[in-house]
Unconditional design. Sequence first.
Length: 227
Amino acid sequence: MSKRLNKIDIKKEILNEDWINHPHDKFFKIVFSKIDNTIDFISKIFPTDVVNLLNLNSLKLEKDSFLDEKLKDSFSDLVFSIKLKSQNKIKISLLFEHKTKQADDIYIQLLTYLLNFYKTIKKGKKLELIIPIIVYHGKNEWKRKEFSEYFNFESEDLKRFIPNFDYILSDLSIYSDEDIHSKKFSRAKLETALLLMKNIYDVEKIIKNFQKYLKIIKPLLDAEDKY
């Protein structure tokens, strides 16, 4: 018979050194390696104009990773291929940000990641588009800036020499639990995972709201197929 966890047991689990002090790579990859979870995430989080271009049913998890040793200190990644409704194929990379605060060199990290990807394309082949998505759950809100804002120069005419690319950001720190629930994710496990990721550094809040979280997701769990 399984033992029911009390508040002390829960707190011990949450405060486990490996759980708090190390990147939650396995948890992230377990959640988002499920295609249905990732489709649900993309459909609710991505900008509508991007979602409208995608054939979500064609999403496929790839074995690729474009992290080098330095980037592994900052990210975990999952790479997906997906077809546009025009039938062209692109790649989507979910990058799980490890840090509890954003890095000032985020564009350098992303540029390195993109270059690692482009170098895998064989000579003579057309470059494929890759959309980087940062899933961030730090303690403070991510302050987004354009790449050009990191440079110190006065002339606008010089901006054309700066690499120009964008990324999609999912900043869980700006959402309340109600905001996440209001997204109406169809996958209960995805909603639960996002709630835990958002609140993982607030142990007391998780304990205090444990029953509340269960109440929020129970209707979805009741209707959801098991993995």
